[in-house]
Design a protein around this ligand. Structure first.
Ligand code: PHE
Length: 373
């Protein structure tokens, strides 16, 4: 009898503590961000937004939220490792991350297999969520972003000949370049040159020589900020004066620090500008962000904030910390009035929302316009 009750006690303990994520007195949410490496600026900006969200809303279902931040080092292999660690060691109920699409693409299958939901604030490549039940995003996707850029080049910049210089080491850049190309051609424009580089490249003179010979009306560079800043510098040094157009990956303080005068007048598509804040939460965010950080808010912080809120709303609606129920809660997100706009998650796990166009003016990021889907 004694033996049996001891067995029961042990069995009960295993039951309660074995599934820590269900019964714990805190809600563990994993966060995967690039805190070091080539796109470390993205991690810093996103984390600011997530921390702000956590300050405003530190609890869910009456329990404190515990954020476990792991650094993917801007690297695919590290992104997969962090995903495994969050699931196997930390037993998180859900994840937020990553930023660069290639890294989210590498973390996503691990969450999918474990049936733990992952919401990326900012990865825009369509493949990130495609065919997966547990992967979501708080941002629009690149078929839309590429179209917005093509229309802007054709209609606003009146470009008819475009050159593309794309980083083929990044799924995001490759995808966005293709979507731009397709839409620019559909509008009647011509791609006069398409050249390639890789993350970490320093010298773009060969590609720029080709581009210069074609005399394009616009150069589309849908890359991350460091490569874009260096391309801009070298293009201007070589006397290429065509306008430069990029995507959301361009926005980081480093673009201006590295690019200096060369990035003046550069345009890029993105997700959020304080002047475009339309919701109650958006306006509140702008105000508290200015107070806390003493600067204008950026797209990534706002998306990080929204990803956190979407997740907490989903947990609240699920009324449970069961990752499968949380997954269903995220999938059911409808008309969530976030910082970056009104967000509805579609059947593919993607958010349908507007894009913003910005430019660099007097060494600062400036609002140009909003484009609706
Ligand atoms: N969209 C980029 C990607 O998928 C990430 C990004 C989003 C970077 C927003 C900056 C701002 O890789």
């Amino acid at each position: 009898m004694k033996k049996l009750s001891l067995f029961l006690v042990v069995a009960l303990m295993v039951l309660t503590f074995g599934t820590t994520s269900f019964a714990a007195d805190e809600v563990k949410i994993g966060v995967i961000l690039p805190m070091t490496g080539p796109v470390a600026a993205f991690g810093q900006m996103t984390w600011e937004g997530i921390e702000l969200a956590n300050e405003l809303r530190p609890q869910v279902l009456g329990k404190p939220v515990k954020l476990i931040l792991l650094d993917d080092k801007s690297d695919k292999v590290e992104a997969a490792n962090t995903a495994s660690r969050l699931i196997e060691k930390e037993h998180v109920v859900a994840g937020i991350g990553a930023v660069a699409s290639s890294n989210t693409l590498s973390a996503a299958p691990i969450f999918e297999k474990a049936k733990v939901p992952l919401i990326t604030p900012a990865s825009t490549n369509p493949l990130v969520t495609q065919g997966k039940k547990f992967i979501f995003r708080a941002c629009f996707i690149d078929p839309f972003q590429g179209k917005v850029a093509a229309k802007f080049a054709y209609n606003n910049l009146k470009a008819r000949k475009a050159a593309i210089l794309v980083d083929i080491a990044q799924d995001y850049c490759v995808g966005l370049a293709n979507f731009f190309e397709k839409n620019f051609k559909a509008l009647g424009g011509e791609i006069v040159s398409k050249t390639f580089c890789k993350t970490g490249d320093q010298d773009f003179s060969a590609q720029l020589t080709t581009i210069k010979a074609k005399n394009p009306d616009v150069i589309y560079i849908p890359n991350y900020y460091t490569e874009d800043a260096l391309i801009a510098k070298q293009a201007r040094e070589m006397g290429i004066n065509a306008p430069l157009l990029s995507g959301d990956g361009a926005q980081a303080p480093q673009l201006i620090e590295i690019g200096g005068k060369a990035v003046e007048g550069m345009y890029y598509t993105t997700h959020f500008n304080e002047k475009a804040a339309s919701t109650e939460l958006g306006k509140k965010y702008v105000e508290i962000y200015h107070k806390k950080f003493n600067k204008s808010p950026n797209a990534l912080g706002a998306l990080g904030f929204d990803a956190y809120y979407i997740l907490l709303d989903a947990i609240e609606r699920a009324g449970s910390l069961d990752p499968v129920k949380i997954r269903d809660g995220i999938a059911a997100t409808k008309d969530f009035k976030g910082v970056t706009g009104v967000i509805t998650i579609d059947e593919n796990g993607n958010a349908i929302k507007s894009a913003v166009i910005e430019t660099v003016k007097n060494g600062k990021f400036e609002f140009v316009t909003v484009v609706n889907p």
